[in-house]
Design a protein around this ligand. Structure first.
Ligand SMILES: [Zn+2]
Length: 256
């Protein structure tokens, strides 16, 4: 029996897009063994568990964690990508997380694991950010918005089951959107007075996205929560009223 490290390494190489022959050569195993492990037939060393494949909440009869989904969906619409890998039928979901906010990167990894239990969540370092992601054949089932080109160049419409989740978990959805394409920042306003200018500072939430559809999903969720917003400019939505900022502070807060 091969040690677990070899199994893990072989499966990872396989997911990364190498052919079975290449993986077999690199790891010194047979192609048959690799295929066997990929089917999830291998018993863990303690004999209890199996290398589990994630079950798809759409294709298989599996409950979906709505709270985690709403958050991950917000992240995906902001800074997420689904790409097809070289490995037949396998996709990688990747959420770009700014290196300045390690807490959000950790929360992203948790959300992926909660939505698709059994997947291995990994990180890839890019310039100034990491891609937190996982491989699965089922990402397009979970995020049917997947398609060619940038999100703002195509129509983003929710399917019925997503709409229901986003309505039930509007807070988590808004939190995911702000954690990816938004911020809580301090606005400084100058007020000219006779005896000199006076500066005022107040916190506000900004959300910036090039897609009209995604901005609409954000403002619809704010409306549902009774949180006042206004359009700052063509791409930016601002929440600045004191009571509205206080509401968002209850479940979003500054990035961390
Ligand atoms: Zn599926």
């Amino acid at each position: 029996m091969h040690p677990q490290e070899i199994v893990d390494r072989a499966l990872e190489l396989s997911r990364s897009g190498l052919t079975d022959r290449e993986v077999a050569l690199k790891c010194g195993i047979s192609v048959g063994a690799l295929r066997h492990w990929r089917r999830g037939d291998r018993r863990a060393p303690d004999g209890r568990d199996r290398v589990t494949k994630a079950q798809c909440p759409r294709c298989h009869d599996r409950p979906l964690d709505g709270r985690a989904y709403a958050y991950l969906f917000g992240l995906y619409l902001g800074d997420g990508h689904i790409v097809r890998t070289g490995n037949r039928g396998v996709y990688r979901l990747e959420i770009y997380c700014d290196d300045g906010w390690p807490g959000i990167a950790a929360e992203t990894a948790q959300a992926i694991a909660a939505v698709m239990p059994g997947l291995k969540v990994g990180r890839r370092q890019h310039q100034g950010c990491s891609g937190v992601g996982a491989y699965s054949k089922h990402w397009p089932c979970v995020f049917p918005q997947h398609g060619p080109g940038m999100k703002h160049t195509r129509r983003i419409a929710l399917v019925e089951w997503q709409q229901a989740i986003v309505e039930e978990h509007a807070r988590e959805f808004v939190r995911g959107l702000i954690h990816s394409d938004g911020c809580r920042c301090i606005n400084r306003v100058r007020r000219p007075l006779k005896d000199g200018d006076r500066w005022y500072e107040y916190p506000r939430y900004l959300f910036k996205n090039a897609s009209d559809d995604i901005r609409r999903l954000y403002t619809d969720a704010l409306d549902r929560l009774g949180i006042a917003w206004k359009q700052n400019n063509v791409r930016e939505i601002s929440v600045a009223r004191r009571d509205a900022v206080a509401r968002l502070d209850e479940f979003v807060g500054p990035k961390y």
